[in-house]
Design a protein around this ligand. Structure first.
Ligand code: ATP
Length: 296
């Protein structure tokens, strides 16, 4: 049985806003990315999974339970991080976390402390005076502190600096190892690439692709820039090798899919001054899903 199962879910807000016929599932122990640009419908889909909204059509289930009718039961064993966190602003971070821990019936607060250390969070100040990043850290500690088996995270790294984003990736990998099931929406292609088994891509309220990260990795093109001994050598090398994208003086940019042996063999005949790999992001890979003329 899938842990999360959304089937043909439609919520039409009018003027083509909302989500339309959205179907995807997340298997037990799987980490699933939910990628899409602003306004694509990620939060709308997630709010349905939390039972905060009723669908016009379709169904969503978590562990076989209907997300709207069984919301309370589902929430009991769920780590949820909302996209916009509504705190009780007058509380200090510490008071809020204690309050949330009591609500969850947590006896041991060891993990809470571990998470605060992991994210260098000092929770003593009033929440209303905290920066966006600090509030986000409190949200993360709150969602993870009782180590649930299922997480639904709406743009979890929003407001975090790169160091903390890295820390978050580590946390997800740790939870994945423990066997947790995770659905996380994101704009951050790199964190999805580093953490997820599969990713669903949503655009204008519709799922445009569900991709296995392994397959994506294999179909990814590697882009190299080679600096050769001279312009003449660059030109000769370009005639001999496949996938040339650009020649600029003695520099050649080449895109290669799959094995590199042929490229290296060919390169070996020339004087190579430098060789650099240009990382191709998931963003490049998915650009055609978001691009203007690719969704006819
Ligand atoms: N309660 C609502 N009433 C009317 N329209 C809504 C409502 N909630 C969302 N929408 C619209 O539905 C669309 C999808 O919004 P949603 O917040 O789900 O997108 P998102 O992918 O989470 O975007 P972002 O990345 O910016 O958070 C948007 O056009 C939004 O304006």
């Amino acid at each position: 049985m899938n842990t999360i199962e959304m089937k043909h879910l439609t919520k039409d807000y009018g003027n083509q806003r909302g989500i339309f016929d959205v179907s995807f599932s997340v298997k037990k122990g799987e980490v699933m990315g939910f990628l899409g640009p602003n306004g694509a419908g990620k939060t709308t889909a997630i709010r349905h999974l939390l039972g905060f909204s009723t669908p016009d059509h379709g169904t969503c289930r978590i562990n076989g339970m209907d997300c709207f009718h069984k919301a309370k039961d589902i929430h009991r064993s769920l780590g949820y991080l909302p996209g916009e966190i509504a705190f009780m602003d007058d509380m200090t971070g510490k008071q809020f976390l204690k309050f949330a821990a009591d609500l969850k019936g947590m006896k041991n607060q060891g993990r809470m402390q571990e998470l605060m250390d992991m994210f260098s969070l000092d929770p003593r100040g009033r929440i209303k005076k905290m920066s966006k990043g600090m509030k986000q850290k409190i949200g993360i500690v709150c969602a993870f502190m009782d180590s649930p088996d299922l997480y639904i995270l709406d743009e979890p790294t929003s407001g975090l600096d790169p160091l903390m984003q890295n820390q978050f990736v580590e946390l997800i990998l740790e939870e994945k190892k423990r066997g947790a099931t995770i659905l996380m929406s994101s704009h951050m292609f790199e964190e999805v690439e580093r953490t997820c088994d599969r990713t669903a891509i949503i655009r204008e309220g519709k799922i445009v692709a569900v991709e296995d990260m392994g397959t994506l990795g294999k179909s990814k093109q590697k882009i190299f820039t080679v600096t050769l001994g001279s312009k003449a050598e660059a030109e000769a090398f370009s005639r001999e090798t496949d996938g040339v994208r650009q020649i600029k003086g003695n520099r050649v940019t080449v895109g290669i899919r799959g094995e590199l042996s042929e490229f290296i063999r060919c390169l070996g005949k020339y004087r190579v001054l430098n060789l650099t790999e240009q990382k191709q992001s998931l963003e490049d890979l998915f650009l055609h899903f978001y691009g203007g003329d690719s969704h006819e």
